[in-house]
Design a binder for this molecule. Sequence first.
Ligand code: AHN
Ligand code: ZN
Length: 351
Amino acid sequence: MKNKSLSPTLSKKKGEKTQCHFNNNRINSIVYCLLSISLFSCQPPAEQQSEEKKIVVIKINAPDFNPDSAYVYVKTQVDFGPRIPGSKAHEKCADFMSQKLKSLGWEVIVQKATATTFDTKKYAMKNIIGSYNTQSGKRILLCAHWDTRPFADRDSVDTDKPINGANDGASGVGVLLEVARMITTLKPKIGVDIILFDLEDYGQPHESKFPEQEDTWCLGTQYWAKNLHKPGYFAEYAILLDMVGAKNATFPMEGTSMYYAPSVVEKVWNVAAKIGYSNYFIPDKTGETTDDHLYVNALAHIPCIDIVNYNPITRDYPPFHHRHSDNLDLVDKQTLKAVGQTLLELVYSEN
Ligand code: AHN
Ligand code: ZN
């Protein structure tokens, strides 16, 4: 990807000062750009010749992702109770997320529809769509699902009861709300959209009395991809967060992401490595999974990757997946930080 912010500097004349707008945030990354400045008109005297090559330093300033703030956003959601379709907690959480984005000055569209689940039930569905800098044609899309699974079908007890979804649901939203807050604080030039998808996690369990059906997961995303919130909506690329809050999480290069958007995977993993998060963003390649990004790719044709907690050795999601142990106790601020800071670095390097 070209870094457009480099180009204005090329027109600067020798001796001119480079304007850099630094704020008090930690400088996360530095791009060194070696400029060879040629003087065409005349040959300078010998002592000036040594100054002909100048190093112009352009600093890409990403703000600091605050994991304490992200954690509060995660806890706020969990405190509503399981955000399962049709529940009061689901309604309250939708309001919380849209109000939060609005209060940050983002344009918010709540995309509403009725979804039919594998068990023939009908639910009100809400995709929460926030847009920053709607005027920009260059946009990136960040997304996560916000609903929680209504059954703990991988647990050994209370399998028909809903999970808390601190990791599976709340963590991705928590990270994205903090990213939104930072974008409002230190405004990048590009456009950013955040979509919080509903009804991702109502997929048909392996053991089910209903006939086996296709595409029962990711109902909010499927609806959005077939009914874009703005006609012709497009983003250069998209990043999905799913289960990004657990201690010592590993995010391998997931198969569906590698199939549709290998260059986006490479870019994100490189950014994570550059700021020291290779222990989370591991280079292992894993099989293709079904998640919201599948439909963003296949139906909306936006290259989308999934940052998802998956174990390449067990070839499974973590042990608390769709179990009652997916609660606030497993949420770790260091993991939230690794994911959130990586996203911010990426957004501000596109600037
Ligand atoms: C399937 O189990 C087919 N997909 C899992 C996607 C998912 C559920 N991510 C979080 N919860
Ligand atoms: Zn789930």
